[in-house]
Design a protein around this ligand. Structure first.
Ligand code: DGJ
Length: 690
């Protein structure tokens, strides 16, 4: 049984691990355990009584969802204001319901019409539990929510934990930083309207952790907007965390009879970083990706943005399409610049009709041409944006977030549309609807290139709701479009990886990882991405950026969902041939790459070699990517220990120039010795179980 509810104890068992909570004599839902499994009847809830003038008993206990109020001073999960001005919330246990693999624990305020339902869905086979909180106003008056986290967690013991998150920038996403939390709070957040390039909406809290061992507690938030993760270690040595929508400039008015559903948090425990990554990788594939394409490999795409920028027209794109076909691309994408007056980034956003100067015979000519070559056609839009120099802005200057008393801050000469306005939401939907019904489009790249500012939304009674409602509006447009055009794939892009998060994995089929396509930088960006995110949606392009060899660039980009962005009309025949051969090879291995388990075997900084291995779910196939920009100090020999194979089975290992047959046990314990020398060396090895 994955959910046990006996006496006052709730035990959630996944295949290997456990999460336990219980209702105490104080009528509060306490956190009891997270980690390896123990018999559920060993648990009881101890309600501390001791307190003094400075520490109330509450300081000594761990709860599942702590509201602000009473003598609770630590980072709480929930805060609201009732209509009479009371800002103190009490959440007593009321009841529970088990529905299939979901446990709902109902908490109620004893005085006010406030109910909080904590949902826990157990994905036993995946070793993942999904949590959220549903806040309900069952009274007659408004309740103003000032903070509503998705979840609160407590970590066992009193030793220091290592806390992981990214500390990135545009073009430097997924720059993982680890800090030991000895005291106080480490908080990661976004205030930009998108999840952003800086910190990411997750936590990894570990002890003695490395790729092969450790104790690791992790959680990812399914949300693409302002988020906050706060991990605190108190004076008594206890570490706790909250994760959810950022309370910064947030407020949500809950009318009588209405509810606020917090974004999902997917969490688990693992005994190595490798296990954690693979748990999340396979969980996402099985439970998160939009259904239509969840089981299909993603196509190899060609996108000319990095090659041609805004300088596009029918003839130029046709020439690129010819070359894209030659190298084996399956999807040809026209990026920015095809619409309105979009000659550069000063104009055009919002006017989603074809620029007839660039495409005199409409897009139809190009779409048909691309299709005649046997490729699908894809299109770029940045639907949440408008340039002041656009017909849309001239017609509806009030459609952006704004204050009449403030000058709007432009970034990249553009402003953010107020998608919480039903008319704007409909406009955006209709623009897509027209394009998708008119042209044979199979893929949309949904871009978003600036954070919010001057966040006035005069249409809302409570303007601070805009952050949350905007994200919902984006998801709603995509979901509606997917409903109407189920054959169309969507990619989430926000100046590179500004929206590469679990909210996007739920609604989009793929994400743009970074605008930085330098192959060497990509080794780090992709490694950081792989820690907590699934492989399949990670778009990776080969471009003209950087001085790596073309083969090296290909072999780095082939570690995700491959795309090509080179100027194919300008590169040498030799490079064209290299890309072609690699695309051909990628098509043979992409199922294992996109759907397989993934192991970070060797680290470029630590081992002077990057080695990443993918293993198919049934362990019958595996692919290893090795890469070094150049060996140093005459260190030319490398031992690479493989992972994830069946130890008793034999595998044929194809290095390209020779083949060997070895058992999984040999390959994992004795490993493979390889000599590498020279600059930008990279290899792909393919293993097949005999
Ligand atoms: C930012 C994206 O990350 C790029 O890939 C490209 O689509 C540009 N926007 C176009 O303006």
């Amino acid at each position: 049984m994955s959910i046990l509810a006996e006496k006052n104890i709730f035990t959630l068992n996944t295949q290997n691990y456990q999460y336990v909570m219980g209702v105490g004599a104080d009528n509060i839902l306490h956190h009891l355990h997270w980690g390896r499994q123990v018999p559920s009847d060993d648990f009881s809830v101890y309600v501390y009584k001791e307190q003094n003038s400075n520490h109330s008993a509450l300081d000594f206990m761990n709860f599942e969802y702590t509201p602000f109020g009473s003598t609770m001073y630590r980072e709480c999960a929930f805060k609201c204001v009732f209509a009479d001005g009371c800002r103190d919330t009490v959440l007593y246990y009321d009841s529970f319901v088990i529905n299939a693999n979901t446990l709902t624990v109902v908490l109620k305020d004893p005085h006010y019409g406030l109910t909080v339902e904590l949902n826990y869905t157990v994905y036993s086979e995946s070793d993942v539990i999904t949590r959220n909180a549903v806040i309900k106003n069952t009274g007659a008056d408004d309740i103003v929510i000032e903070k509503a986290c998705s979840a609160e967690f407590s970590f066992p013991g009193r030793r220091n934990y290592n806390i992981y998150n990214s500390n990135g920038t545009w073009s430097g996403e997924n720059n993982i930083r680890v800090q030991k939390l000895k005291c106080g709070t480490i908080a990661y957040e976004s205030r930009k309207g998108i999840s952003g390039h800086g910190n990411s909406p997750y936590f990894i809290v570990g002890q003695d952790e490395c790729e092969d061992s450790g104790k690791i507690f992790f959680a990812v938030l399914e949300y693409s907007g302002n988020f906050k993760v706060a991990v605190n270690k108190d004076g008594f040595g206890v570490t706790r965390a909250v994760i959810g929508v950022n309370e910064f400039d947030f407020s949500y008015t809950l009318k009588s009879g209405c509810e606020f559903v917090t974004p999902n948090v997917h969490f688990g425990y693992a005994e190595s970083l490798g296990e954690m990554s693979n748990t999340l990788n396979s969980f996402a594939r099985k439970n998160i990706f939009p259904k239509q394409f969840a089981d299909e490999v993603l196509p190899v795409l060609y996108n000319s943005w990095e090659a041609t920028g805004f300088d596009i027209d029918t003839q130029g794109q046709k020439k690129l399409a010819d070359k894209a076909k030659q190298i084996g691309a399956e999807l040809f994408v026209v990026d920015d610049g095809w619409f309105g007056e979009r000659k550069d980034d000063y104009a055009g956003l919002g006017d989603w009709y074809v620029d007839r100067e660039k495409f005199p015979n409409d897009l139809t000519e190009l779409v048909e041409y691309v299709n005649s070559l046997g490729m699908d056609f894809g299109l770029w839009l940045e639907p949440e944006m408008v340039n002041e120099n656009s017909d849309l802005f001239r017609k509806h200057p009030d459609w952006t977030y704004h204050y009449d008393t403030r000058k709007a801050s432009e970034l990249r000469h553009q402003l953010v549309l107020n998608l919480t306005k039903p008319k704007v939401h409909e406009y955006v939907f209709n623009c897509f609807d027209e394009l998708l019904s008119k042209y044979n489009i199979k893929y949309i790249k949904w871009d978003m290139n600036r954070p919010f500012s001057e966040v006035g939304a005069e249409n809302l009674e409570n303007e601070k709701m805009l952050w949350f409602l905007h994200v919902r509006s984006v998801y709603d447009v995509v979901d509606r479009l997917k409903g109407k055009y189920p054959h169309v794939q969507f990619e989430a892009c926000a100046s590179g990886g500004g929206r590469a998060d679990w909210g996007s994995f739920r609604h989009f089929d793929q994400v743009w990882t970074s605008d930085n396509t330098d192959a060497l930088d990509r080794i780090y960006i992709q490694k950081g991405f792989s820690l907590i995110n699934p492989t399949k949606p990670m778009r990776a392009w080969v471009t003209d950026t950087g001085n790596a060899s073309m083969d090296f660039k290909c072999k780095i980009a082939m570690q995700g969902a491959l795309g090509i962005g080179c100027n194919l009309t300008k590169i040498s025949q030799e490079d064209l041939q290299t890309i072609k051969e690699n695309v051909k090879l990628y098509k043979k291995i992409r199922k294992t790459v996109q759907f397989g388990d993934r192991f970070r075997l060797m680290d470029l900084d630590r081992d002077e070699l990057s080695a990443v291995q993918y293993v198919s779910e049934d362990k019958s196939e595996s692919v290893v990517f090795t890469a070094t920009p150049g060996t140093r100090f005459m260190h030319n020999y490398f031992n690479i220990f493989l992972k994830g194979l069946e130890k008793d089975k034999k595998y044929i290992l194809d290095f390209g120039d020779k083949k060997v047959i070895k058992t999984g046990a040999y390959l994992m314990n004795v490993g493979v010795e390889k000599k590498y020398s020279g600059k930008f060396v990279s290899e792909i090895w393919i293993l097949k179980r005999l």
